[in-house]
Design a protein around this ligand. Structure first.
Ligand code: FES
Ligand code: FE
Length: 442
């Protein structure tokens, strides 16, 4: 059994690769990480009216997320209390109630059991239906139209959980006057890799971009009159990491012209909104390029030109289901919305030119970890270690150079504290101590 106390060492920049393969670690993740963190459930645009529902997962647990008659949103385990069938098997829709397709038990919009077939004959009217409702997700938070749920009463309130990451999340979700919506439908695919490779990369890893995505960038640039598609390797930029979350690439330079992955209509429209965006976010935040992001543990998105959001649902230690959406400025003209969808399909989708680069890396690593020696060969996560700074360059919280693994270390620190079973009270205390010591650094 892997030693939980030494499996990751963010202070030294070391990871034991068995955290990506070990079944016991995985079972602890399900209980102590996914059971005690805020997980993305749905965006309000997916639940437009009373009775609207979508099916999703909290890690491996199927849940139904439902708009109630009073407008609130509730969620419950999508598991019938009779023999455990999924109560609802549709991906999404509008309903007045949910009836299990095995023997027909029915549940209302809150998950209460309201009908069992043959109640008089089969159950002699002796079943207390009020005791046999679906398991409810006890806490739901709505952050700017994004609904998150947690099973735990102990997890801090969502805003506290987000901490300084709110600044970076807002840079995308609070960017446009009319807000965002998600294009209908969820694109889903399977990658044979551990979920942490994906979540960590989106939190932290700008380092892979010039190498892994070199061919995709070259192909996309072909024939277009564009400037260098990538921020140059000299460009100043920062990466934020805190509370396990990460914003992996906050570049401090404006784009002089259209990058190849942003369509012409979209580029023109974004330029025409620059004043509005600057008023909403402040000129500095509005103009910075901010790419990868992860809200711990498994909700990620790309900013400034890639328009994709996704959840990395774990499926055992060696597999994930990616559920992804294209997010759109609600008030953008139809032409711009169509172009954004097309460009996002071209770049970050199952066949997207950049997406496939990332997936191939993660699959290859996971395959290597089948090897005994490979699985016991420590990984280096020490890039930029000791060079963190606090509240600098107009960015709140702990940040580091954009080419660093600061956010990855923050991710693994939070992850290991949770996997070890530390209480949220202990975790918050150590966060406070760390922030204090960071802010007092010369
Ligand atoms: Fe749902 Fe039997 S499993 S009614
Ligand atoms: Fe990538």
């Amino acid at each position: 059994m892997i030693d939980l106390n030494t499996m990751v060492d963010p202070g030294q920049g070391r990871n034991d690769p068995r955290i990506y393969t070990d079944q016991d670690v995985y079972q602890r993740e399900l209980e102590y990480v996914f059971g005690r963190t805020w997980l993305f459930l749905a965006h309000e645009s997916q639940l437009p009216k009373p009775g609207s529902f979508i099916q999703t997962y909290m890690a491996e647990d199927p849940v139904l997320v439902v708009r109630q008659r009073d407008g609130s949103v509730k969620a419950f385990l999508n598991q019938c209390r009779h023999r455990g069938m999924r109560i609802c098997r549709s991906d999404a829709g509008v309903s007045k109630a949910f009836t299990c397709t095995y023997h027909g038990w029915s549940y209302d919009l809150e998950g209460n059991l309201i009908n069992v077939p043959l109640e008089e004959r089969a159950y002699r009217n002796e079943i207390d239906k009020s005791e046999w409702g679906a398991l409810k997700v006890p806490r739901i938070a709505n952050y700017r139209g994004f609904y998150f749920g947690t099973w735990s009463q102990e997890t801090p309130e969502f805003e506290d959980y987000l901490g300084d990451m709110a600044f970076y999340f807002d840079a995308v979700v609070d960017r446009f006057d009319g807000g965002l919506d998600l294009a209908p439908g969820t694109t889903k695919w399977v990658i044979d890799c551990n979920w942490k490779f994906a979540a960590e990369q989106f939190a932290s890893d700008m380092y892979h971009v010039p190498v892994s995505h070199a061919s995709g960038l070259t192909a996309l640039s072909d024939g277009l009159e564009v400037t260098a598609p990538l921020p140059s390797l000299e460009m100043p930029g920062r990466q934020f990491g805190g509370n396990g979350h990460g914003s992996g690439g906050f570049f401090s330079q404006e784009r002089a012209s259209r990058p190849p992955f942003i369509g012409e209509a979209t580029y023109a429209w974004l330029r025409s909104r620059e004043k509005e965006t600057a008023e909403r976010l402040g000129i500095d935040r509005a103009h910075k390029v901010h790419n990868h992001n992860t809200v711990f543990p498994n909700f990620s998105w790309l900013g400034n030109g890639f328009w994709t959001m996704r959840v990395w649902h774990p499926r055992g230690p060696g597999q994930i289901e990616v559920w992804s959406w294209t997010y759109l400025p609600k008030n953008a003209p139809a032409e711009v919305r169509a172009e954004i969808r097309q460009m996002t399909q071209r770049t970050f989708s199952p066949a997207g030119s950049f997406e496939t680069d990332d997936g191939e890396n993660w699959t290859e690593i996971q395959r290597n970890l089948r090897g005994y020696k490979a699985r016991h060969n420590t990984f280096h996560t020490g890039m930029g270690l000791g060079h963190e700074e606090y509240d600098v360059h107009g960015l709140p919280g702990e940040s580091n150079d954009v080419f660093a693994e600061h956010a990855a270390r923050s991710f693994y620190r939070r992850w290991s504290d949770l996997v070890k079973g530390k209480s949220w009270t202990e975790i918050q205390e150590s966060d406070k101590t760390r922030a204090l010591s960071m802010s007092e650094r010369p």
